[in-house]
Design a protein around this ligand. Structure first.
Ligand SMILES: [Zn+2]
Length: 461
């Protein structure tokens, strides 16, 4: 018993450690380094005042600094105040050395160890007030820089998994509101909620939509998992008939995924039937009916087994599209180079080649496995069950594939995934430009700010 506990303890420590090891490199800032940190817990207190039409957020974050330096985190809104270990400090938005992205640095260096950050800010993004009502959502996208949780709350980056708790209150003369979210919700009173999220969540996991209860049709029923669990499924949309058709399709898709891969890897399922295309969250999605199957698959690859960085984002899209296409095989790739994982270490976006070239690359590898009487689907099942609830890199996926198949794939990854070849640089740049111009997959169209804001209100008919 004791030895089991020790082994479990070692596993838990090593997984936390491994996650931080996937952080991008530190870089020079002022007199020392700007350093990535390891969030332990984040506690957010959000107050929506329907009379003042104002949303205030108080956040308390406990983080470890494995290296001394100026701590990095992200929040797009300008905070009103930032306190570090009880003392007022300043923060500023800075760029990485490759000019790929922007994030926030605390202008106070910290020693190695555990620290507490307290931040106050006003939330203005994707919040809409009407008389006595508010609608607020934390919609995200992996196709645009800085489009995860940092749009709404102070957060760490994709490599970082940490326990989040959100307290939500609608104050003022307000109608009844509902909170649709993928955590454990405790309703404290009218318009007052406490939500706890699983410890494996990252900045890409959270689904959150607060809306007036009379603005949508809601349906909750029980999905019976293959492992015997009863998983609550919550579906909402602007009409009862739409909700019913989503429910029927979702059950069919989940039965397929549980049969092929694993019991559904989340405690609940939240589906917002709306919009064109969709976006995935951990055990949740906003999706059109045609994108629902693709997005539910992402509750396995993308939001249970999660990308550690922008260079890892292509894998879940490639795998999802390969499944959408019913697992085709190809004898040769139709393209000569792609660099889906060949971007800067600081890049935070998924390369849209994942949908086309990524899926085709996997179909080619699957074909070579078939020739050895091996199955890519079986590999995916084992790979998922081994790495679920962790963050993964392209190198980890590549090495797992090589180890399972015995096929020497390093050079193929170099050419078709990292975009490295003997081609002259100008030819490479031209091809890379072509890659970037390919439109995103219809499952994940880039929505405009107006389109996203319209999704706040389902407009119940
Ligand atoms: Zn997708």
């Amino acid at each position: 018993m004791k030895s089991t506990l020790i082994i479990l303890g070692l596993l838990l420590c090593s997984s936390t450690f491994a996650s931080f090891e996937q952080a991008p490199p530190s870089f020079r800032y002022k007199t020392a380094d700007a350093v990535y940190v390891d969030f332990q817990t984040a506690h957010y207190n959000i107050s929506y005042d329907v009379d003042q039409k104002r949303t205030t957020v108080e956040s308390t974050i406990v983080f470890d600094a494995p290296h001394a330096g100026f701590p990095l985190f992200d929040l797009i809104e300008n905070p009103q105040s930032v306190m570090l270990d009880g003392a007022r400090v300043e923060s500023e938005a800075i760029r990485d050395p490759d000019q790929q992205t922007t994030f926030r640095v605390i202008k106070q260096a910290v020693p190695v160890g555990t620290h507490t950050l307290e931040i106050r800010h006003t939330l203005t993004t994707r919040v809409s007030y009407q008389k006595g009502k508010v609608a607020s959502a934390f919609f995200t996208s992996d196709l645009t820089d800085r489009h995860y949780l940092e749009q709404y709350l102070p957060t760490s980056f994709e490599y970082d998994q940490y326990a989040m708790k959100i307290e939500v209150e609608v104050v003022g003369n307000a109608v009844d509101h509902s909170l649709m979210t993928n955590g454990r919700v405790k309703k404290i009173g009218k318009n007052k909620f406490e939500v706890e999220y699983p410890h494996f969540y990252t900045c890409s996991s959270l689904y959150f939509h607060l809306l007036p209860t009379d603005s949508a049709a809601f349906k909750t029923f029980e999905f019976k998992s293959i492992d015997g669990r009863v998983i609550p499924m919550q579906i909402y949309s602007n009409s009862v008939s739409i909700v019913d058709s989503y429910a029927a399709l979702a059950v069919r898709v989940l039965n397929e995924l549980e049969h092929d891969y694993a019991p559904f890897p989340h405690e609940k399922i939240v589906i917002y039937g709306a919009g064109s295309g969709g976006m995935e969250y951990s055990g949740a999605t906003i999706a059109s009916i045609s994108a629902l199957s693709h997005e539910l698959f992402h509750s396995y690859h993308a939001r249970a087994l999660m990308p550690a960085n922008g260079n890892a984002g292509w894998m879940d899209e490639a795998i999802a599209v390969w499944r959408d296409q019913k697992y085709p095989l190809v004898s040769q790739p139709s393209f000569s180079i792609a660099r889906m994982a060949g971007h800067s270490a600081w890049s935070r976006m998924t390369d849209t080649d994942a949908y086309s070239k990524g899926a085709e690359f996997l179909a080619w590898v699957a074909n070579r496995m078939n020739q050895k009487n091996l199955s890519f689907k079986t590999f995916l099942k084992d790979y998922f069950n081994q790495y679920k609830y962790t963050t993964v890199t392209t190198e980890l996926f590549r090495d797992a594939l090589i180890s399972y198949s015995g096929i020497e794939l390093k050079n193929d990854f170099r050419q078709y995934v990292y975009g490295k070849s003997q081609m002259p640089n100008n030819e490479l740049e031209r091809l890379a430009g072509e890659l970037d111009s390919i439109l995103s997959n219809p499952e994940h169209p880039k929505l405009s700010e107006d389109e996203l804001n319209q999704l706040l209100w389902p407009e119940f008919q």
